[in-house]
Design a protein around this ligand. Structure first.
Ligand SMILES: [Zn+2]
Length: 64
């Protein structure tokens, strides 16, 4: 059972199928995706910072 679908893309944000150019079905999805990307990047930086702090704290405890 193969459905015949015309040439289409899937939106990188909402994953909806759409016909057209670009990675997103609408400019709104592009904006949302960029906002999510920025938030994820910030979360990654926070996670990294926390890991470093925990590592330093562990080293201080071991050395004292
Ligand atoms: Zn979309």
């Amino acid at each position: 059972m193969t459905e015949k679908i015309p040439q289409h893309r899937h939106c990188a944000e909402c994953n909806r199928a759409f016909v057209g150019e670009g990675r997103y079905c609408s400019p709104d999805c592009g904006t949302t995706s960029i906002a999510n990307l920025k938030r994820r990047k910030r979360q990654l930086i926070i996670l990294y910072a926390v890991s470093v702090i925990v590592l330093i704290a562990a080293l201080v405890v071991v050395n004292s």
